[in-house]
Write a protein that binds this ligand. Sequence first.
Ligand SMILES: [Zn+2]
Length: 475
Amino acid sequence: MSINLLTRAGLRPLTAIARAGSRKYRPGLSARNVVPARQFWKNSTSPAQEATTPQEHLVHDASNAGQFDGKSSKNLAVSIDGEPKIFDSIFLRDSCTCPECVDPSNKQKLFQTCDIPENIEGVCQTIVDKEHGWMVEVAWQSDVPGYSSEHRTKHSINWLKRALTTEVELRGGVRSDERVVWNKEIMTKNNKWLDYDDYMANDHTLFEALVHLNKYGLLFFKGVPDSEKSVEDIAERIGTLKDSFYGRTWDVKSIPNAKNIAYTSQFLGLHMDLLYTANPPHLQFLHSLRAQSPGGSSLFADTFYAAAEIHTSSAFHFRTLCTFPVTYHYHNDSQHYHYTRPTIELFPYPKYSEPTNLAIRRVNWSPPFQGPFEARIGGENQSALSNYLSASKAFEKALSSEENMLEYRLKEGECVVFDNRRVVHARRAFDADEGERWLKGAYVDDDVFFSRLRVLQEKFEGKWVSDGVTREAVK
Ligand SMILES: [Zn+2]
């Protein structure tokens, strides 16, 4: 890391501080310290102009006698946008990114939070760095064992500001949510087709694809090469494929006496894949290699739209779908998967009012893979089960209504990608005797999808999102 310091007030080693006595220690120019703090934080000149004002951004507050006078302190008050903001020294120490604290090559943290002494205190000054702008530089009293008195922690004012904003937004339940709920009409207007070659060659197109998938949960490709490897190439452009007992990639075609309903030619109702696993796949890819047999078109529906409809028509049904446990299983051959989840999952944040605000985290809907109910099945709980039956009828009706479903018959050389935790898919029956029908599929996990999305958000927009909170990509 190359840090070019324009200004750096001399920090004496802690041993020197101890010798001199904390009262007498003056980091930086002591003459500056007599200037009232308020004047510092109202100053809005550029870092270059301020190069001769080393204690800019440091603030005295009533509870903290440290900082200007060089005394160590449990908290650090920093002026951010003209307001004094308090940071806990434990937080500042824990988030140190110096090469002694975070390995520069593998980015792993080299100490444990629990190694930080409870009585840790910092002595602070501000510096200006060419790359990062204004920074606070902290020397530690009773540092983590093993660190020398030369150890310094540096945080840019911008980074501290970002940390504070994130904390406030997480606490307040603010959700930045790009997702747009859709029915057939909305999706027909907003449906996106991307060219395979363009997507494979340009990061901008990849970003466009991921943003669209995040928004609508559905995307189509054309011009996909007639190769069994193509679906893998499309998925790997995002990241590692999710393996499952179906294989890294898998085939959907008619097989006589199929063990799985997806491998037959009959109608396959609206569902999601692998809900009987702990972490079902986020993205599903289906590449059409052969589409010779009549029929077999795909149907897609946004479960969030249906959930919003239910919420409007019956808060009682909505609540039932949020709470009633539904068991999914795959118990066949040498496999036995088993998982229970409610139909609608909400974000665990306190502030949401309407599901159309997208407080919905995900929806679970996969009737073909349901197992027997295991909870609330006894005589005393008949109302719970019958409530679920009514709610599931209403939900299925909303999902599969003509106005909500998008129907499309994939042609050879086309590929569809959809969010398997939001968009349900179905397939109309086809005539296997009239010609070949062959789709090749793959999955990608949510972690992989969001990792690539964040990398590209940071690259193209200078910000990234996690837990619904947008972070400026500051250093
Ligand atoms: Zn460090």
